[in-house]
Design a protein around this ligand. Structure first.
Ligand code: 5GP
Length: 187
């Protein structure tokens, strides 16, 4: 269908600056919406239900696995995250493009689907910068940070599965690079 929206899948290790990048990019494209995921993780301070995530219980999440509600889902850092099949379908059918901010496991599931996503991996400039950013963020315990760093190492080995890799060394340059990819792919 010529007038369906396009699907963009963006992954990055925690602390690569993805959230800031994604926000900036979304402001530039009216025809691009953010896909709000469901998670069993507790909300962080300042996170809003339905805006950042739909926060649901483990029981609800597991029931939705049984009901085949998820387009993709994964367990990331001990919590479950999933993208609703229905929300994605509704959006794309309206001609609205969607940006999914999901982990590598989920991205792989979408890459295998018939949806023909555009896949982008955001790399931090170095592992040291990543560690420092996670520590400075001050939102997570030492244990959680250690887990996120371990996972980041693993995710970074899989960057070549993606069509595009953007290094977030300089924020403004990374925004421009990301925007030019999206503009080209939406044309
Ligand atoms: P955070 O807890 O920091 O918000 O997110 C942790 C990780 O979960 C990030 O890598 C994020 O991209 C990923 N994530 C968020 N939503 C989804 C989702 O719906 N599916 C998958 N597979 N990963 C997600």
């Amino acid at each position: 269908m010529a007038d369906t929206g396009k699907l963009f899948v963006i992954s990055a290790p925690s602390g690569a600056g993805k959230t800031t990048l994604v926000r900036k990019v979304l402001n530039r494209f009216k025809a691009l919406s953010y896909s709000v995921s469901h998670t069993t993780r507790s909300p962080r301070e300042n996170e809003q239900e339905g805006l950042d995530y739909f926060f649901i219980s483990l029981e609800q999440f597991e029931q939705k696995i049984t009901l085949e509600h998820w387009l993709e889902w994964a367990k990331v850092h001990d919590n479950y995250y999933g993208t609703s099949k229905e929300l994605v379908r509704e959006c794309l059918e309206k001609g609205q493009s969607l940006l999914l901010d999901i982990d590598v496991q989920g991205a792989k599931q979408i890459m295998k689907s018939q949806l023909g996503p555009v896949s982008i991996f955001i790399m931090p400039p170095s592992f040291e910068v990543l560690s420092q950013r996670l520590l400075n963020r001050g939102t997570d315990s030492k244990q959680v940070i250690a887990k996120r760093l371990e996972n980041a190492k693993l995710e970074m080995t899989q960057k070549d599965l993606y069509q595009y890799v953007v290094v977030n060394d300089n924020l403004e340059e990374a925004i421009e690079k990301l925007c030019s990819i999206i503009k080209k792919e939406m044309a």
